[in-house]
Design a protein around this ligand. Structure first.
Ligand code: FES
Length: 648
């Protein structure tokens, strides 16, 4: 070709095109990612570009001011009515006349990179399951009779190049008024999986955006994020207590509630769906969006929550061999599972890994990607159960270990959930054995001036999971507790803070005053932490045995709680295998991140559906070595394993 040379930045793609080729067409020809919802009609403005003028030494071209055609009537009208930023052009209208360098700004790219949050391990490329397409539909003609729906689908097929587009039946009653209201122009939402389907329609060009929900359905709390499917940004986040808690604190008590009450499972299904509907209303109100623009959703949860959410009795999950009704990913309509969203809204439920290892764990794998790791990674999602992955790109194993609720502050004498007023950080002076601590909601330590005022609004109410871990680890380092977990008497451990407590002792972390209770660390508390951490360690160690290794290259702590544990204290307790401290990282709420990835990237759904099949599942309950590891791991840090990095 001899026509003008066009170079697109930032992609660097280049080629010659015929003079007069619109920028959008050139982008398509050269495989440049340039968005278009209206199919080049000068309506959507998604195709905006910035042409360069002057010399582009790097590219070896000089761009004349008239390299692109002047505004045509469509572009002029757009600029007059809606206004184009200075220097911007509509790519579908501006034609290439001479050599030119054209920049595609991020907002005009379809597959833009979503801004990464601090702790996320992978990049998220925006490629949602849903897309908008504006089309103009042929008007009916008595001489060539055909349905409005058929003409709409033909126009959509032509505009998108997609074959076999389906049409949601619920749209049929409104189709004719919508087409006429829009004067034969409509915007359709197409859900692309498993086959392209029209799921929502608006007359004319839809300005209101489209949204999706990423939901982490935990047994204790439900966290939801409302996401803009055009920018990939989270526009509102909220959480609520799982309303099923009234049927049982933990999962097994909910399973037994279902066994003992004929309608028990149904009641729990209804409760969680009601809770989700409240949460969705809250999110839409907070973000100030129309709920009808929420068109897709992705859900992650453990197996019991999964069954209850889908309306399945979790009875079989309460006993060996822990058979799942289904472990496959579910692509459903939100309305089918009682969610009060627009009738065309889809719900994607990530696949489960095994009867004990749920879609929440699959979401952690999707977010942390042990299956793509170059070095050997141990990924632990810490909760009431710990889901543990060990592997690298040559293979990944997973197991679940019953840590119990101690890490969440339950079963601890002064324990509470991580909320304002809870002690979250603890230090104990190894010489004086005096403690200092920090409380959630204030940034002063307890021995700093102004501490009392700093906690006036939160109070001092108890100790949360990360607080108790630090307290026990600090007590161990200060010699107040021995390796077996016994608190010494005052004369033995050298502090009056050790007081008799029944047949054992307790350490007084906070004396209490008229506004706050006394906070003790009892021997029972230490026992509960020993059990929980031993279960976690034994699970990890079992996977290491299976893999034939004694060390791992790095440890990733996931989960809300995992984000708050200090690696040093976790290792002092022997919660995680020995490893250099700087190789222990926190991944934050990786399950929630995984849900968001599945919402924003359609390819990630294929990825996780394939990965769950490749993960080798290890059932801890039937492994004799698990018991042995567990017993050794009740000591702090461990009765059998060396922890060389602790010495340094
Ligand atoms: Fe819609 Fe250019 S493609 S305005």
């Amino acid at each position: 070709k001899t026509g003008p040379l066009v170079i697109f930045t930032p992609s660097g793609k280049r080629g010659r095109v015929d003079p007069g080729t619109p920028v959008l067409t050139a982008a398509r020809q050269l495989g440049v990612d340039l968005d278009s919802v209206c199919g080049g009609r000068g309506i959507c403005s998604k195709c905006q570009v910035t042409p360069g003028v002057g010399e582009f030494a790097k590219h070896g071209v000089t761009v004349a001011p008239d390299a692109l055609s002047p505004f045509n009537s469509v572009e002029e009208r757009y600029d007059r009515i809606r206004g184009l930023k200075s220097g911007r052009r509509l790519g579908c209208q501006a034609q290439i006349l001479k050599d030119v360098v054209i920049d595609v700004p991020p907002e005009s790219q379809v597959h833009k990179q979503v801004v990464r949050k601090r702790a996320e391990a992978r990049d998220i490329v925006l490629d949602p399951a849903i897309r908008l397409q504006y089309v103009e539909v042929e008007e009916p003609d008595m001489h060539h009779p055909s349905g409005d729906r058929e003409r709409l689908l033909a126009a959509l097929g032509e505009a998108t190049g997609l074959a076999g587009i389906k049409f949601d039946h619920h749209l049929l009653p409104t189709l004719q008024p919508v087409l006429r209201q829009g004067k034969w122009a409509v915007t359709a939402a197409l859900h692309l999986r498993p086959e392209p389907t029209v799921t929502a329609l608006w007359p004319g060009f839809h300005e209101g955006g489209i949204h999706g929900l990423a939901v982490d359905l935990g047994s204790t709390t439900i966290a939801g994020h409302l996401v803009d499917l055009v920018t990939g940004e989270v526009i509102a986040s909220s959480g609520l207590m799982n309303p099923q808690i009234r049927f049982g604190e933990d999962l097994m008590s909910r399973v037994s509630y279902g066994m003992m009450n004929p309608s028990g499972a149904d009641e729990m299904t209804q409760a969680v769906r009601d809770g989700l509907n409240r949460l969705f209303d809250e999110l839409a109100t907070e973000a100030g969006i129309d709920k009808a623009t929420i068109l897709d959703s992705a859900f992650v949860m453990n197996p019991v929550m999964h069954h209850l959410f889908l309306g399945l009795d979790p009875y079989e999950l309460g006993q060996a061999p822990f058979a799942l009704a289904t472990g496959a990913a579910q692509a459903l309509r939100a309305a089918e599972i009682g969610l009060d969203l627009a009738p065309g809204t889809r719900a994607y439920v990530l696949p489960l890994i095994a009867g004990h290892v749920g879609a929440d764990a699959a979401a952690v794998a999707l977010s942390e990607q042990p299956h793509k790791s170059d070095d050997l990674a141990l990924v632990v999602d810490v909760g009431t159960n710990a889901e543990i992955f060990l592997g690298d790109k040559s293979g990944v194993m997973a197991c679940s270990s019953p840590t119990g609720p101690a890490f969440e502050g339950a079963q601890i004498s002064s324990g509470q959930r991580a909320a304002p007023g809870a002690i979250e950080r603890v230090e104990i002076d190894p010489v004086t054995k005096e403690p200092r601590f920090r409380v959630i909601g204030s940034d002063l330590w307890s021995d700093e001036d102004g501490f009392a005022e700093a906690i006036a609004s939160t109070g001092l109410t108890g100790i949360c999971g990360s607080g108790i871990i630090e307290a026990v680890a600090e007590m161990r380092m200060a010699g107040i507790v021995d390796a077996s977990g016994l608190i010494g008497a005052a004369d033995k451990c050298g502090t009056e803070r050790s007081i008799p407590d029944g047949r054992t002792h307790a350490y007084v972390l906070w004396q209490g005053d008229e506004d706050s209770p006394r906070i003790l660390v009892t021997n029972g508390d230490i026992r509960a932490i020993q059990m929980a951490k031993a279960a976690l360690y034994a699970g990890a160690r079992l996977l290491m045995d299976k893999r034939g290794v004694d060390t791992v290259d790095r440890v990733v702590l996931a989960g809300a709680f995992g984000a708050h544990i200090s690696p040093k204290h976790a290792m002092v307790l022997g919660m995680i295998p020995d490893c250099p401290l700087d190789k222990v990282t926190s991944a934050g709420n990786a399950a929630g991140t995984g849900a968001r990835i599945a919402l924003l990237n359609i390819g990630a759904r294929d990825e996780i559906e394939a990965v769950v099949h490749q993960i080798e599942k290890i059932e801890t309950a039937v492994e004799p070595r698990f018991q042995e590891h567990f017993v050794n791991a009740t000591a702090m840090p461990n009765a059998a394993e060396p922890f060389p990095h602790l010495a340094s």
